[in-house]
Design a protein around this ligand. Structure first.
Ligand SMILES: *Cc1c(COP(=O)(O)O)cnc(C)c1O
Length: 394
């Protein structure tokens, strides 16, 4: 593409500049390459393009050097081979549905799944002629009994959003594989660091990069990661048809945060675990739902399959406190903000009414659940904050 424009008028030369930068530049940061149009050297190259070829530049929506670098690093981090980036974690979930499921198909979804995923299943069932069925997340190998001839996809979340049950992932994926059913895990909680989905028979891993990978609560992005190329291509085709992509500026923010993710995750983990153990001793708390603690259903699978926990866990308050009292507890915390999207430096607290959120699995607790995200503040300050609000509950 080196056509000379030196003989043209100034305006034309500004539109077609000939830059003359000194060679040899190198830095640690990945250049931000923004593009809608990708320029081809000639028509033969353009006509020979095959969308299946991940190494061919086609269009800014599909990939730029910045987004491809991020995709490759995420695939490597998770132990996968291919990664696709979507503009939010939820759109990654959506990409899995649209890549794999068509009218007449059946999908199995855990009862404790991230609730917009549940809503997605209900929507496809209502308007697009699939069936979405919910299963008890602790079902394990018993999932085999639920698989129908038209079951195409089984969702897994480990642990479940908000209620933190840890499923027996290898038992579910073994049953799925025996029947040729694809499994997709929402692996956001572990950031791909503490749980290695492809070592446990999972086919697709979904990450909400909005959380730990961003680390700054300042962008939205998601990824689907696969080992199998045919599966990758199904997702890639659906992504292309949906017309979704990501901005290279956002990718560069994630690329900047990614090297510090493991140390951040481990720090979140240490503080959260210490607070979880302390909360367990408090008379106001009926149960601590942290996968590393024995109260949490599936604790044995956590010990077997996971290498860490990060900053997200829940507690159930004693039933003597009303939901309104727990609302006041959450609102009066000084260091915990009220907000959905976790994974940044700041702690969060959010109350949930679990009984209203599920249809299959029994919810054994009667008190109000509060989900904590433990940020990067000092443990002593967070503990003092919670302790003061617990004392005010009396
Ligand atoms: C936040 C989250 C998502 C969705 O991510 P967005 O980028 O906010 O759409 C999906 N799954 C889990 C478990 C999440 O926590």
């Amino acid at each position: 593409m080196t056509k000379s424009h030196s003989s043209h008028e100034l305006q034309t030369r500004i539109v077609h500049p000939e830059d003359d930068l000194p060679p040899g530049y190198a830095s640690f940061s990945v250049p931000v390459t923004r593009a809608s149009t990708v320029v081809f050297p000639d028509l033969a190259t353009m006509r020979a393009l095959d969308w299946r070829n991940d190494a061919a530049w086609r269009y800014g929506l599909h990939a730029t050097p910045t987004s491809m670098t991020l995709a490759q690093r995420l695939a490597a981090l998770e132990g996968g081979k291919h990664a696709l980036l979507q503009p939010s974690g939820l759109s990654s979930i959506s990409n899995v549905y649209f890549g794999l499921v068509k009218a007449g198909d059946d999908v199995l979804i855990p009862d404790n799944v991230y609730s917009p995923n549940r809503d997605h299943g209900d929507w496809l069932a209502k308007d697009f002629g699939i069936t979405a069925r919910y299963y008890d997340p602790m079902i394990g190998a018993g999932i085999a009994d639920l698989i129908l001839p038209n079951t195409r996809l089984i969702w897994i979340e480990a642990p479940g959003s908000v209620t933190m049950e840890v499923p027996d992932v290898p038992a579910i994926t073994a049953a799925a594989r025996a029947r040729g059913v694809v499994t997709a895990i929402d692996n956001t909680w572990s950031a791909g660091l503490a749980f290695r989905p492809f070592d446990h028979g999972v086919d697709i891993s979904v990450q909400a990069l909005t959380k730990y990978q961003s680390g700054g609560a300042d962008l939205l992005m998601g990824a689907t990661i696969t080992v199998d190329r045919e599966l990758h291509l199904k997702l890639k085709l659906a992504r292309m048809r949906m017309g979704i992509g990501v901005s290279s500026d956002d990718c560069s923010l994630v690329l900047r945060s990614l090297p510090s993710m493991k140390v951040r995750f481990e720090q979140h983990d240490r503080t959260a675990l210490a607070l979880a153990h302390w909360l367990k001793t408090r008379p106001e708390i009926a149960a601590v739902l942290h996968p590393a603690l024995p109260d949490c259903p599936g604790h044995e699978f956590f010990k077997r399959d996971f290498s860490g926990a990060g900053g997200l866990f829940s507690v159930v308050f004693d039933e003597r406190y009303s939901a309104a009292q727990i609302d006041t507890f959450c609102e009066s915390l000084e260091l915990f903000a009220i907000g959905w999207s976790w994974g940044a430096a700041q702690s969060l607290a959010m109350p949930y009414d679990i009984a209203s959120m599920r249809t299959e699995a029994q919810w054994p607790h009667r008190g109000t659940l509060v989900r904590f995200f433990i940020g990067l503040e000092e443990e002593a300050d967070l503990r003092a904050d919670i302790e003061a609000r617990l004392a005010a509950l009396k």
